[in-house]
Design a protein around this ligand. Structure first.
Ligand SMILES: [Zn+2]
Length: 113
């Protein structure tokens, strides 16, 4: 990979407000699945690679709005429009954190062989 599509520390958006993949330049409403499937990066790894704050959502403003509207519909007050807010889909932040830790541990094992 010689050409990059994003600057270090900047979440690039295209004219439509979609998030641009720093590796291949493709734009998506949400980058998470793309970077995992096409580039083998988790969201956390991608953010670290590109120097993004780990609280930065890899989603377009449009999708964030949709998420906020959806939460309003189901009667949730969105204090912080992130996918892993406490109680999201019945999973607490602690459970999410543990799942993430296990996933990273497994990934580290795979990398070491
Ligand atoms: Zn890409």
């Amino acid at each position: 990979m010689s050409k990059y599509y994003a600057k270090y520390g900047v979440l690039e958006l295209d004219a439509a407000g979609k998030v641009v993949c720093g590796f291949c330049g493709a734009a998506f409403e949400s980058l998470g699945r793309h970077i995992q499937q096409k580039h083998g990066y988790s969201a956390a790894e991608y953010k670290e690679y590109w120097g993004l704050n780990r609280n930065t959502a890899l989603t377009s403003a449009l999708l964030s709005d949709k998420r906020r509207i959806f939460c309003k519909m189901i009667g949730k007050t969105v204090v912080n429009p992130k996918p892993f807010t406490k109680g999201w889909r019945g999973r607490t932040r602690e459970v999410m954190r543990e799942e993430t830790r296990l996933r990273l541990t497994q990934l580290a094992k795979e990398i070491r062989g």
